[in-house]
Ligand binder design. Structure first.
Ligand SMILES: [Zn+2]
Length: 341
């Protein structure tokens, strides 16, 4: 097997009140000058302004998750360190601005809404309205303040939990790609990704009750999921056919939460893989994440269209290549799993 370079975050801080440790962390990374803090109009109040004050840096508001917005910020600043305090949009723009400046990036998630908080990938919309997935370095540091994350809107928390659970179908697809296509497979990264899924399934009740231990398990699961991707330098441990289904919905501009879409996809793809889809559905239900088309607010026909186009959305071998779906089968899956009830 070819050797490959593994890049990982240097510092991962998880706990109550760890936001206050940011200045110390900057000193440790020798990145105290020209710190640019990014936030949106809500997360600036939650964390952005406090961080700016502590690091004596500048604060810029991120308006949308487009390449143009990242370009605008990159033109205005020459940062020595970029710290993003926010959700997916702010974090992905921050990753791009840090990449443009060639400086380190620190991720300070304000909601545990998906595993992008710790990953080396970013997804931004281009001028043509298409989403671009770009590989960059993993964040140099991740600061996950449980006190802040616990107070995020619950819908975002449940969405992050569903994103972690989706690793189970992603790893199953990865095994299939290894067996059928000779795809590189890392036992370690696969186990790590699966562990994230397992711990969230087992913590569903604690997460739903917003118990500190539940939120901590969820955050650690999302960070581990991001690290499993860094280990292989690809999103493959955490993104299989269920993510292809979600990307197909994105392409139709459905605009539901990433984790919610992936959660629905995980039920459907687990059924098609012959997995324990009922356990997945039950834990999503316990989390309060949608398990039906009606629950997520998507037309039945849209679900069918996404299932039928998922295979074409990305060049990654999955169960949809081994067992391509026709319309009748797509409908049958949705009925059998209760997604159409
Ligand atoms: Zn995801």
């Amino acid at each position: 097997m070819d050797p490959h370079l593994i890049k990982l975050p240097r510092i991962v801080l998880i706990g109550n009140g760890v936001l206050e440790k940011i200045p110390e962390m900057c000193r440790e990374m020798k990145a105290e000058k020209n710190v640019l803090v990014l936030a949106d109009s809500i997360t600036k109040r939650v964390a952005g302004e406090r961080i700016r004050e502590m690091v004596k840096g500048s604060l810029e508001i991120v308006h949308d998750s487009t390449l143009a917005e990242a370009g605008r910020i990159s033109k205005s600043w020459k940062p020595g360190l970029v710290i993003s305090a926010g959700g997916g949009r702010v974090i992905d723009v921050g990753k791009k601005v840090a990449q443009d400046a060639g400086c380190l990036f620190v991720s300070v998630p304000t909601a545990p809404s998906h595993d992008g908080i710790a990953s080396e990938r970013l997804s931004l919309t281009g001028q043509n309205g298409m989403k671009y997935s770009i590989r960059t370095k993993p964040p140099a540091a991740i600061v996950a303040d449980i006190g802040i994350l616990r107070n995020a809107p619950y819908e975002l928390i449940a969405s992050g939990a569903a994103d972690a659970i989706s690793n189970c179908t992603a790893v199953e697809d990865w095994r299939l790609a290894r067996d059928e296509q000779g795809e590189y497979y890392s036992e370690y990264a696969a186990s790590m990704a699966l562990l994230s899924s397992e711990i969230v399934i087992k913590s569903a009740k604690l997460i739903h009750e917003k118990k500190e231990r539940g939120i901590r398990n969820l955050v650690e699961a999302l960070v581990s999921s991001g690290i499993s991707m860094s280990l292989v330098g690809s999103s493959i441990p955490a993104s299989g056919s269920e993510h292809a289904f979600s990307h197909a919905l994105d392409a139709m501009k459905i605009g539901k939460l990433h984790g919610q879409q992936c959660g629905l996809g995980t039920i459907l793809m687990s059924y098609w893989q012959g997995g324990d889809w009922e356990r997945i559905r039950d834990s999503l239900r316990e989390l309060g994440s949608p398990v039906t088309a009606k629950g997520i607010g998507i037309e039945k026909e849209t679900v069918i269209k996404a299932l039928l186009s998922a295979r074409e959305i990305r060049k990654r071998y999955t169960i949809l290549d081994k067992k391509p779906l026709d319309r009748e089968e797509a409908e049958e899956i949705c009925i059998k799993t209760g997604v159409f009830s």
